[in-house]
Design a protein. Structure first.
Ligand code: ASP
Length: 445
């Protein structure tokens, strides 16, 4: 296993490096017209989707079902389940709030948007105006977003939810089913055993798909780099990019490792290294949801998380726990207000912290999932500003055009932090719920 894992790691890094080189020199730098380049580059994305992202997505719903169910039936005792569920939710919320506060603080101190060139601002927000109209008319603000989440959590048709890929619906329905199975006890055992067997099979399929990952990462990274080029990161956006990447790095390499060490007494960097396959998949796919099968496999097979903890923490985490997204949204919104010369004060910062946390919960774990929710935050800050007087300045929603050109690259980074946050949660909960009672001791080591 060791040798195989090393080979896979080597191939993935190779795919990453080749992807950057090919993307920059062969796709971006090729000198074709912008339209020609766009078409050529799109073909790379299509190939990456076909060989890697689609097979992973195929496994998501069945795997969410089997891992949540085996997690719950193996925990058994409803009281213990309640305790673990509560601990998991507290972990999600606290780490997301820390992430947003870090993002907002960085935005307020380093002012990434101040002095943004006027002409660039006008042309970039113009291109987004049409798109924003489409998104915001669906919106319905924060309360609408919450109602949509509640509807997903209480589905009326299990199979429809599965067909539509509504992971949150599958999770809550499966928890419901799992609690029923526990209550029935012995009679349900044949069913539980069949689900466990299915779970093992699905995990094997994930291991097979992981071997395509080097190719998938190569194709998708080449596409992302080819699309924007390494040097397009003009001066105007470079401060913004440095702030986002700096904030995400702080959360990934300092905050969460400290939390992991304090709560689980685990060496965080060794754990991070063991989780690398999942973290790199997140980077390559920009989707916590598509990464979920790999996160489940890596955390239990390589990184010492219990199946119980992973089954509980990871599927739910992929849809609601998004530290990277929360942090990113904080900085992005502040950047936009600064770029439009609108001053923010404590009340607005507070509004950003609250709405960005909720918006990160609501964002879907798909590429660009947070773009729609950023509009919700902007609307909330606008109304806070509006409350301070009639002539208060307002940020047009089309402002989002300023950050779209570099969104994919930042999406790759924030998705990696999202998946890292879920993995740390699974490792912490493993301490409360090791697979076997006798492993409890080992989990403390
Ligand atoms: N792509 C992110 C994820 O899947 C969501 C986002 O756009 O921030 O976790």
């Amino acid at each position: 296993m060791g040798k195989k894992t090393n080979l896979l790691t080597f191939l993935i890094f190779l795919g990453l490096v080749l992807g950057v080189l090919v993307g920059h020199y062969a796709l971006w730098d090729a000198g074709a017209s912008p339209e020609g380049r766009e078409q050529a580059v799109a073909a790379w994305k299509t190939m990456g989707d076909l060989v890697f992202v689609r097979p992973l997505r195929l496994l998501i719903i069945p795997l969410v079902f089997t891992s949540v169910l085996t997690g719950i039936t193996s925990i058994g005792d409803p009281k213990r389940l309640g305790l673990l569920g509560g601990a998991t939710l507290v972990y999600y919320i606290v780490t997301m709030i820390i992430a947003v506060v870090v993002g907002v603080t960085i935005g307020a101190i380093f002012q990434p948007g101040s002095g943004f060139p006027d002409d660039l601002r006008a042309s970039m927000s113009e291109t987004a105006a049409g798109m924003v109209g489409g998104i915001s008319s669906e919106g319905g603000g924060l309360s609408g977003a919450w109602l949509a989440i509640l509807h997903q959590m209480i589905p009326i048709n299990f199979f429809q939810a599965a067909v539509e890929g509504q992971a949150l619906s599958i999770i809550t329905a499966t928890i419901f089913l799992g609690v029923g199975i526990v209550a029935i006890g012995e009679k349900a055992e044949p069913f539980t055993r069949a689900i466990e067997a299915l779970h093992e099979v699905l995990m094997l399929l994930v291991q097979w798909v992981i071997w395509i990952m080097p190719l998938g990462v190569f194709l998708l990274v080449a596409w992302a780099v080819g699309n924007i080029g390494l040097v397009t990161l003009t001066k105007a956006l470079s401060r913004y990019i440095v702030c986002v990447v700096g904030g995400l790095s702080l959360h990934m390499f300092v905050t969460l490792p400290v939390v992991l060490f304090l709560l689980a007494r685990t060496n965080p960097y060794r754990f991070m290294w063991r989780m690398k396959t999942a973290l790199l998949t997140a980077f390559g796919t920009s989707s916590s949801m598509a990464t979920l099968p790999v996160t489940i496999e890596t955390s239990t097979e390589e990184a010492g998380c219990s199946r119980r903890a992973s089954g509980l923490v990871l599927p739910l985490g992929a849809t609601v726990n998004m530290d990277g997204t929360a942090l990113y949204q904080g900085i992005a919104v502040i950047f936009l207000f600064q770029a439009f010369g609108i001053d923010l004060h404590f009340t607005e910062y507070l509004a950003i912290v609250l709405t960005a946390t909720l918006a990160a919960v609501g964002a879907a774990g798909v590429p660009g999932g947070s773009i729609a929710t950023i509009l919700i935050i902007i609307t909330a800050v606008n109304s806070t500003l509006g409350a301070s007087g009639e002539n208060a300045p307002q940020l047009p929603l089309a402002a989002i055009g300023l950050i779209l050109p570099v969104d994919r690259i930042l999406d790759m980074c924030r998705t990696m932090v999202n998946v890292w946050g879920d993995s740390v949660g699974a490792r912490i909960i493993t301490r409360l719920a090791p697979d076997e009672e006798e492993e409890r001791e080992a989990a403390y080591a």
